[in-house]
Design a protein around this ligand. Structure first.
Ligand SMILES: [Fe+2]
Length: 270
């Protein structure tokens, strides 16, 4: 587990402007989504899911950030990143009709270009702009680069935790995840072996809904901060996801390993 340190941020923006700036960005995002012209039902549903996801992830960055004891400037930055992290999704879906990065475009990279092209970060200083741009780019990558600044890595870890936390909400609430894989209950032995060995598995390697659920469970090992693990536990996400998995000795062993990892977290500091 990484230490929950946050490098001190420049306090270039007075605190009394945080709400104005955030509300302006939220208004821009909602207008942007509406402008993407979701005329058919499937498209509307896909955009609605991502709209709600963007707002919820912003809330989750605050929940995790508060658990880490972040100060207002860092919380404000984290919330902004949460709001904008999936800004590339809407153009991706409009252009390619899919959220699948491997058959269309990397939505993290596209999101970084979108915030720059629309002048969304004009209220931020260059240091903050760099953090926002890079964390949007990095939020969906398999792993983070090692040669980045402490501030970029901290906020990238925070958005990755918040994103996973809200994806847990989405996949716990529904049997069938929109755009998901065939609803088969088969799980390849090779996938289980990779997960048991601690390897990360990407969406492109999955062939069934059960494999996707198992990958979601494996994210427990890729959570960066204790407060995120506590929230996962409080909301019973692991229990909900594992209850709808097929049962076998090896699957059960992997779920047990995830459960032990979750249970090993420290209690909140009082
Ligand atoms: Fe994303």
């Amino acid at each position: 587990m990484e230490p929950s340190r946050c490098p001190r941020l420049h306090e270039a923006i007075p605190m009394n402007r945080y709400d104005d700036i955030y509300n302006r960005l939220e208004h821009w995002l909602l207008t942007h989504i509406a402008s993407m012209g979701s005329t058919n039902g499937g498209c509307r549903q896909a955009f609605e899911l991502k709209r709600i996801h963007s707002l919820k992830v912003a809330d989750e960055t605050v929940a995790i950030g508060r658990g880490l004891g972040l100060e207002p400037p860092a919380l404000f930055l984290a919330r902004t990143i949460g709001l904008l992290h999936d800004v590339g999704r809407f153009e991706q879906y409009r252009t390619y009709g899919t959220f699948n990065d491997f058959t269309s475009i990397d939505h993290g990279d596209l999101g970084e270009r979108t915030v720059a092209a629309n002048g969304l970060l004009d209220d931020f200083d260059p240091f903050q702009r760099e953090i926002i741009r890079k964390t949007i780019r990095y939020h969906n990558k398999m792993s983070l680069p090692s040669d980045e600044s402490e501030a970029v890595l901290f906020h990238a870890k925070l958005i990755r935790d918040a994103d996973k936390l809200d994806i847990y909400r989405v996949v716990s609430e529904r049997e069938v995840v929109p755009g998901a894989l065939p609803s088969q209950n088969t799980i390849a032995e090779s996938l289980l072996e990779d997960l048991m060995a601690g390897k990360k598995v990407g969406y492109m390697h999955l062939k069934s809904a059960a494999e996707m659920r198992l990958m979601h469970i494996s994210w427990i090992f890729d959570i960066n901060f204790e407060p995120t693990l506590r929230l996962i536990q409080e909301r019973n996400y692991l229990e909900i996801l594992s209850a709808i998995l097929p049962s076998s000795e090896r699957i059960d062993a992997f779920v047990r390993k995830a459960r032990q990892h979750l249970a090993a977290q420290k209690p909140p500091a009082s």
